[in-house]
Design a binder for this molecule. Structure first.
Ligand SMILES: [Ca+2]
Ligand SMILES: [Ca+2]
Ligand SMILES: [Ca+2]
Length: 128
C-alpha cells in the first residue's frame, strides 16, 4: 500500500515539475520566476495592449497556452479569472492583482518564485 502511495506521489511530482506553465515562464531557466518573468505570462495575453487582461483575453490566452494541462483540465477559466482579479474590477493588471498573486506565490519573500513555491501555491490556489 505504501508502495502504491509512493509511486503515486512520485508521479505527481513529475507532473508538477514538468508544469509547462512554469517552464515556459522561466525564460532564463534558473528554476525561479522573477516578477518580470511572472508578469510576462499575462503580458502576452493582453492582446489589446492596454496593460490589462479582461475576461475575454484571459479565456483566450488560457486556451492558447493550454492551461487546461496545468489545471488537470477541470477548472473553468472564468472562475480562475475571478480568483486572479483580486480587486474584482473585471481586469487583471499589474497593481494590485499581479503584485498580490506574486506575493502569494513567493512564500519566503525573496522576490523570486521557486519551482517548489510555485508548485505549492499553484495547488493551494485551486483548493476548493
Ligand atoms: Ca528565471
Ligand atoms: Ca483587477
Ligand atoms: Ca521565493
Amino acid at each position: 500500500m505504501n508502495g502504491v502511495i509512493f509511486v503515486f506521489a512520485a508521479l505527481l511530482a513529475v507532473v508538477f515539475c514538468d508544469n509547462h506553465l512554469f517552464r515556459n515562464a522561466d525564460v532564463d531557466g534558473d528554476d525561479h520566476l522573477t516578477e518580470t518573468e511572472f508578469d510576462a505570462i499575462f503580458d502576452h495575453w493582453d492582446t489589446t495592449g492596454d496593460q490589462k487582461v479582461d475576461q475575454y483575453e484571459f479565456t483566450t490566452g488560457w486556451d492558447r497556452d493550454d492551461w487546461d494541462d496545468n489545471t488537470d483540465g477541470d477548472k473553468d477559466p472564468r472562475i480562475v479569472f475571478h480568483l486572479f482579479d483580486v480587486n474584482d474590477d473585471g481586469f487583471i493588471q499589474d497593481v494590485p492583482d499581479l503584485r498580490h498573486l506574486f506575493n502569494t506565490f513567493d512564500n519566503n519573500g525573496d522576490q523570486q518564485i521557486s519551482k517548489t513555491e510555485f508548485r505549492q501555491s499553484w495547488d493551494g490556489l485551486f483548493d476548493d
